[in-house]
Design a protein around this ligand. Sequence first.
Ligand code: NAD
Length: 260
Amino acid sequence: MLSGKVAIVTGSTSGIGLGIANELAKLGADIVLNGFGDAGEVEKIRRGIALEHGVRVVYNGDDMSKGEAVRGMIDATIKQFGHLDILVNNAGIQFTAPVEEFPPARWQAILDINLSAAFHGIAAAVPQMRKQRWGRIVNIASAHGLVASTHKAAYVAAKHGLVGLTKVVGLETAGSGVTCNAVCPGWVRTPLVERQISDMATDKHITQKEAANELLAEKQPSLEFVSPAQLGGTVAFLCSAAADQITGTAISVDGGWTAQ
Ligand code: NAD
């Protein structure tokens, strides 16, 4: 389905981004992996996806907190492959604290990576996608792009902003062959959430398993984690012809979290 297409997935050395990169590669897309990690580990991931799916996979280690670097990665990809078809803005970080104690540097870092990176990437990618008359932009937002929780001021603000940005870009590209949508996952058991489970286990003197169950019980009615592969499937659907008229919207994959 995606043979001959080129997809950039930011933050794809781990967790959800890696699940999305795998799913798009399975459908035949060439992949630009991005994110941090041990060089040997990243190379193992890169080779693994390339060999398993018979696609080209290149690694770009640029820091998505820097707007110029994001734009540079888009330009370099277009130069290297001659086109850019799919941009998944997924790189993200988390930090929790009450608003009055929230360190300004953490606020800024979350805004830079979880929101501004998508702006820079989209701004650099849209002209090429318009030229091709085909493009798919998928912003990985969150249930926290639609509703709030305590102690997540920066994350909730950034993710709500990302849903807003998605709507604007959906409108501006409507009818051009380019679509822009957000995916809003509930809890996914990745390193980002593993840290929150550990913190809860320590705070409440309970086991990791009990903390994970409590996290789900508090928010996610299905009481099951969403998987990176399921989110990869959602992104793949948004890249399919069935989704040609889906744009400017947010799709929840959250086990019922935001239905409450
Ligand atoms: P993760 O920590 O497993 O992966 C984050 C990825 O982003 C890694 O590859 C990391 O190297 C990369 N990254 C971090 N800072 C970067 C930077 N400055 N430049 C480039 N890459 C950077 O996290 P995850 O849970 O897979 O999260 C991925 C996205 O999904 C995030 O945007 C997150 O907000 C969102 N999300 C996660 C959950 C969840 O429950 N895990 C739920 C909703 C939304």
